[in-house]
Design a protein around this ligand. Structure first.
Ligand SMILES: NC(=O)c1ccc[n+]([C@@H]2O[C@H](COP(=O)([O-])OP(=O)(O)OC[C@H]3O[C@@H](n4cnc5c(N)ncnc54)[C@H](O)[C@@H]3O)[C@@H](O)[C@H]2O)c1
Length: 471
């Protein structure tokens, strides 16, 4: 066990939630490298809990049901479609990831969530206008049955939104306890054997870690005295971890990325991951920038602007919520291009990011990028990118992959921050003292090698096809 985890485990023995009673972790060591023998196999139903049942969550839920009914294909999902090479190329062993590791099949997923807006998943999907109406109608019988639980919601943290479906209490401690009770009840009601929680709620205002985030004790004291530095998303994250349930944050706001909840995750032997789903413009940036750098092409400017007309865009129109997004979007290029190592190529880089709320565009976001680059002898060039993407269509498969992989990590006894899931995030949550990796290809390499290790296979180096000592 790593010294940090050992110390946390000594100070904070795990507290039993319903989940921990249902699933016995296969190992006592939260950081032990798992192999297939150590991964408890999937059985029973996996409940996917989403705080927030808006565009992303309903596109995910409806999409899973559409695939189950054979009405559509799960394009964009690594767990459903991607293969993984094992051994040397000449061995021709490339199973699907879902055949290599024990993932919950789509048939065994069930769903529950919270939202201050009382629309059921059918109504919310219609309102989001992401999926075409005939598909939503074909799934209506299923979607109307998924109604949001009353949310732990506070307008001070999401200013451009309001709704009546909220828990009445003002006490953060009581709200956290009520969320824990919801989780236990939902697991029982769905007959689930396990659960995972993915935050699909609105982007909250930008918050920096405060003293109440420094330790589990300080956080619990903060709950009792209603510390304003504790936002609703942190209440959900805390409730999930207390119940032994993996948690991922799909939004850019502070949610589980501070010492108190990192310690709680380690102590409870629960994986956490974050933050901000890597979709749209940032996805393209982390695909293109590593290529420019690999070829030693300089970049003097990267201007990114977005037109976004969905409810997320409206929430981000509030400067405090936009600030949270701006921070996660802006860090990407510096981390990939490393201007301190390559000052002549990247030290003068001007990086600007704008998000414009423009209702006619709806969920079909338009991203514009202008890249000013230079090559041999300093000769300038320009790259123009116009990405007409669909925000929630890109985000929904990430919710699925994260739910399945966090559940796998939980059954493998992996606890705390799951850096190998950085591939899915704009602003990867890493262990204190670690540097976040943003390059999509390095993230992908690490994701696949971790899956190989979880399956008891050798990680690949791609160094030498026929040299056993290297490959
Ligand atoms: N779509 C993408 O490509 C993408 C990419 C990265 C991140 N995100 C993030 O994912 C989140 C969801 O995006 P969306 O497009 O579905 O937004 P949305 O506005 O359609 O849905 C968010 C939902 O969260 C609910 N909500 C707000 N506070 C809540 C609380 N305290 N408890 C429960 N529910 C709450 C809102 O009522 C709303 O229904 C946003 O934070 C967004 O920034 C989306």
């Amino acid at each position: 066990m790593a010294p940090r985890h050992r110390e946390v485990a000594r100070l904070h023995p795990p507290r039993a939630g319903l989940y921990s009673r249902l699933v016995t972790p296969p190992t006592d060591d939260p950081t032990a490298p798992a192999d297939s023998a150590l991964v408890a196999p999937h059985s029973g139903r996996l409940l996917v809990l989403t705080p927030g049942m808006g565009a992303v969550a309903t596109t995910f839920i409806a999409g899973v049901e559409a695939v189950r009914r054979d009405l559509a294909s799960p394009f964009g999902s690594v767990t459903q479609l991607q293969t993984i090479r094992l051994g040397r190329r000449s061995e021709n062993r490339s199973p699907l990831i879902r055949d290599l590791v024990s993932l919950a099949p789509l048939e065994d997923l069930c769903f529950a969530g919270w939202d201050p807006i009382p629309d059921n998943a059918y109504e919310a999907a219609c309102r989001a206008e992401v999926l075409q109406r005939p598909l939503i109608e074909a799934l209506r019988d299923f979607l109307v049955g998924i109604a949001p639980l009353p949310a732990a919601f506070d307008r001070s943290y999401v200013k451009r939104l309001d709704g009546p479906n909220v828990k009445p209490s003002d006490s953060k401690h009581d709200l956290a306890e009520a969320l824990r009770a919801d989780i236990r009840d939902a697991i029982v009601a769905h007959g689930a054997s396990r659960a995972v929680m993915i935050w699909c709620g609105s982007t909250e205002i930008f918050l920096r870690p405060a003293p109440c985030h420094a330790s589990i004790e300080a956080f619990e004291e903060g709950l009792r005295r209603n510390d304003p530095a504790i936002s609703p998303s942190q209440l959900y994250a805390y409730a999930a971890l207390m119940e032994g349930i993996p948690y991922a944050n799909g939004a850019p706001n502070l949610s589980a990325d501070f010492p108190a909840l990192e310690q709680l995750a380690s102590a409870q032997r629960v994986p956490i991951a974050g933050k901000d789903f890597k979709t749209g413009q940032t996805l393209l940036k982390t695909i293109i920038a590593p290529g420019l750098k690999a070829r030693m092409l300089g970049v003097s400017g990267w201007f990114s602007t977005n037109l976004l007309g969905n409810r997320d865009g409206e929430v981000l129109d509030d400067p405090d919520s936009f600030r949270a997004k701006e921070v996660t979007k802006s860090g990407v290029l510096d981390a990939i291009l490393q201007p301190s190592l390559y000052p002549r190529l990247y030290a003068e880089l001007h990086h600007r990011v704008r998000i414009n709320y423009y209702p006619p565009r709806g969920d079909s976001k338009e991203g514009w990028d202008n890249v000013d680059l230079f090559g041999w002898l300093g000769y300038p060039m320009q790259l123009k990118l116009n990405f007409l993407c669909r925000d929630s269509i890109l985000a929904a498969p990430l919710v699925l992959d994260l739910a399945l992989l966090l559940d796998l990590a939980r059954r493998a006894g992996r606890a705390g921050v799951q850096e190998w899931l950085s591939f899915f995030f704009k602003s990867p949550h890493v262990e204190p003292g670690h540097v976040a990796e943003h390059d999509l290809f390095i993230q992908h390499f690490r994701l696949k090698n971790t899956l190989r290790i979880l399956a008891g296979e050798k990680p690949l180096t791609h160094l030498a096809e026929d040299d056993d000592s290297l490959s």
